[in-house]
Design a protein around this ligand. Sequence first.
Ligand SMILES: [Zn+2]
Ligand SMILES: [Zn+2]
Length: 287
Amino acid sequence: MNKSENRRPRIGFHAPVAGGLHKALLKSREMNCDAVQIFSRNPRGWTARPLADEEIEQFKIVRAETRISPVAVHCNYLVNLASADNEIREKSIKSFREEIERGIILGADYLVVHPGSAKGACETDGVRTCAESLKIACADLDLDSLRILIENTAGQGECIGYRFEHLRDVIAAYPELNLGVCFDTAHAFAAGYDLRYEDGFAATLEALESNVGLKNISVVHFNDSKAPYNSRVDRHWHIGMGEIGAEAMRRVARSPELAHAAFLLETPQDEKGDDERNIEALRSFLT
Ligand SMILES: [Zn+2]
Ligand SMILES: [Zn+2]
């Protein structure tokens, strides 16, 4: 057996930060996870309280102790880098720049962002606007330690990013930004990539490879979907209990083509123990 067949992805979930950002690391360790995703601020507000020095210090100390890696920060939901509305776009660029600065200060590895909604403009313009906004937001920042990952979307409303070609065009616009990709399984499935079957998954991997390069997928958002295939609706669901189903989710989890990425769950947190059960489901696929 060669090395690649033995390889297993690092796993984790979007962990809560109530009581401090470091709590996400502690919770992840408690659940025997390798990696984590957090919000570094309120995900539904324009303004963010600056990070206090003690908060940053504590996060770094606990991270060194727990060795949780990689750490991904998910951008807040208001940012719309593709907006055709200048006021919204400017606010988004400012807010996204703050997200980058927070990510760098915290020593995070990745910042995950959706390409945005091109409402009022065509998709091609939306893609171009998104790329330009990213370029402006990153101006004069040292991105060496933090990689920005563009996430594929379900294509809900007028969101771009539901075709891998959109991600390709955003990434290709400014190679110097070294943008990577976050591949969300629930979004891809709802957008018309049929992960349920072996051939559909193989075609999806091929499309990822030819458009963005599999090696550039640093994070997989490992979510089942409550929304049906090709519905363009974004509804994450418990692993193995949704429309993608356990067999197909197992195939994705065991895929050697994605084993270099961190698999992070964003499944519903409705009842106590949901995260534990979903992590257990992912772990069971890998053993
Ligand atoms: Zn996301
Ligand atoms: Zn996601």
